[in-house]
Design a protein around this ligand. Sequence first.
Ligand code: DLL
Length: 432
Amino acid sequence: MFWDKPLETIDCRSLQILQLDRINTALERIAATPGYKSFYDSKKYKIKPLSSLEQMKDLPFTTKQDLRNSYPSGFLVTDMEKVVRMHSSSGTTGIPTVIYHTKNDIDNWSSLIARCLCMIGMSDKDVFQNMMTYGMFTGGLGLHYGAEKLGAMVIPAGAGNTERQLKFIKDFKTTVVHITPSYALHVSEIIEQRNLLDGLSLRIALMGAEPYTEATRLKLEERLRIDVINSYGLSEMNGPGVAFECLEKEGMHVWEDNYYVEIVDTKTGMPLPDGEEGELVLSAINREAMPILRYRTHDLAFIYPERCACGRTHRKISRIKGRTDDMFIIGGVNIFPSQIEEVLMKLPQVGSNYVIILSKKGSLDKLSVRIEVNPDLFAGDLRHLTQLKETITRKLREEILINPTIELVEPGSLPPSQGKAVRVIDNRDKTV
Ligand code: DLL
């Protein structure tokens, strides 16, 4: 189903004309805003209209630090009176980044979300429980407004309070949930343990805001007998609604009429052709309050070179492999947490939670993984536990080429996640 068929199936040439026009409008408004223009001056870039999209690669990148430097007024190109909402990053690692929205921006963002939801067959008949944090985090209000626009019945549950979530899912016959994958693993485990599934009407879970692997998707789909749909976004580009899977479930359509998408080489910053993996660089080209051009996301992905069978012409990005800054190096080997997750979640005995701990023994780096496993393994013959430990060690060694220390623990031993999970604890500077 389409929310806006002409735009979703727009031909390549018309899309490029639209993009160029929107980028040039954004540049014009930036040039007219001294605070924002000075950013380009400092990069020695003289703003002028682009004659083709080819010239996008000459624009300097924008980084999180650039946004922080502009705190609190932000790269705002409208009068503050026209702003109706702001969102901000958590700011746990320094000055927060602030994004402002006009009424048109909010309307537009809501339509993009409605487009995503319509694409996966949601309608006004659905009961939508938003189990993501409300407030500054965009997973709350962002999805909320889009789902309302679609006409679904929205339950603004927010994250956490699992007992209440389960009661709502049952009593209001929730059909679609929006949840982080790590919280979904936790909630689904409880549903399974208590045998609640048959009494529920769940059919779809929209999942994003943190990386997860295909094996995790399959585990959750099997446990809950639902479709899990991948959703990608970041606060700097509004939040959710940047890229979303269609029912083909292979890659996420980037709404290219609103976002100009590039994949660049992480070292050289040069654009890479479709099909090659690199860092995702995004431009919000249709934002009234705060256009942002060539934002370095630090997320690793590739663009699918082929057209999608669903009929939409907007290109698709792959599942995010991880963030460039999430990668850790152990004994000279580059490792992404997703490589470990993929191995673990393929094993049926593995439960819902795990944590990777990095430490130092003498001058050597050590990698340990603490994993919650099926409680039956702790009863009766402990050989099964030993065997599982050996299997996990071997499979991980094959994948990441180093020898991990594995610790198997009972479900509930690790702190459950309600939002974005902390998967890696790096104690290397605290251990000897
Ligand atoms: O996480 C926005 C969002 C909310 C997306 C709800 C999807 C659903 P931030 O807090 O700014 O915004 O974090 C953005 O989260 O750069 C990625 O590293 C990561 N991320 C988001 N979605 C996915 C996903 C929201 N589907 C950062 N897969 C991004 C992998 C994701 N990583």
